[in-house]
Design a protein. Structure first.
Length: 147
């Protein structure tokens, strides 16, 4: 079975998470660096997609607290659509409001030394994991309801 890749797309970093082959559990992956004003690392993402047998992409959508789109939301949506086209894969967008706060709390609770748990890369990968787990759980609930 193929995997699902989740992306927490940020101005400076792109947090990544991957599902297990059965699409039940999300695991944080690496975080890719991104230079402000530069193109996103599409080639690196395409290589990761190929290496892990990904057949679906989930992108966290940064809606405003009121649930509306912003300029940043539109940029993230355009990135996801462009990546999906280049990878020839379906892309789903998931509301990511408050996932960064949840991810920060989760990383803090791991009991690591302060300098390790405050690394922004860990928080970004954890946010991608939360986005993906939310997506997987919602899909499983829909599937269970249909049965």
């Amino acid at each position: 079975m193929a995997r699902v890749l989740a992306i927490d797309y940020g101005e400076r970093r792109i947090g990544l998470a991957m599902s297990d082959p059965s699409r039940v559990l999300a695991t944080p992956l690496e975080t890719l660096a991104r230079r402000r004003g530069k193109r996103p690392p599409i080639a690196a993402l395409l290589a990761l997609i190929a290496a892990h047998g990904v057949d679906e992409i989930v992108v966290g959508l940064p809606l405003t607290l009121a649930g509306d789109d912003s300029d940043w939301t539109r940029e993230v949506r355009a990135f996801g659509e462009r990546l999906g086209e280049r990878a020839s894969l379906p892309v789903s967008f998931v509301d990511e409001r408050l996932t960064s706060v949840q991810a920060e709390r989760a990383v803090r609770s791991l009991g690591m030394p302060k300098h390790e748990r405050e690394r922004k890369e860990r928080v970004d990968a954890a946010a991608a994991m939360l986005i993906l787990q939310s997506f997987l759980d919602a899909r499983r609930r829909r599937s269970d309801a249909e049965d």
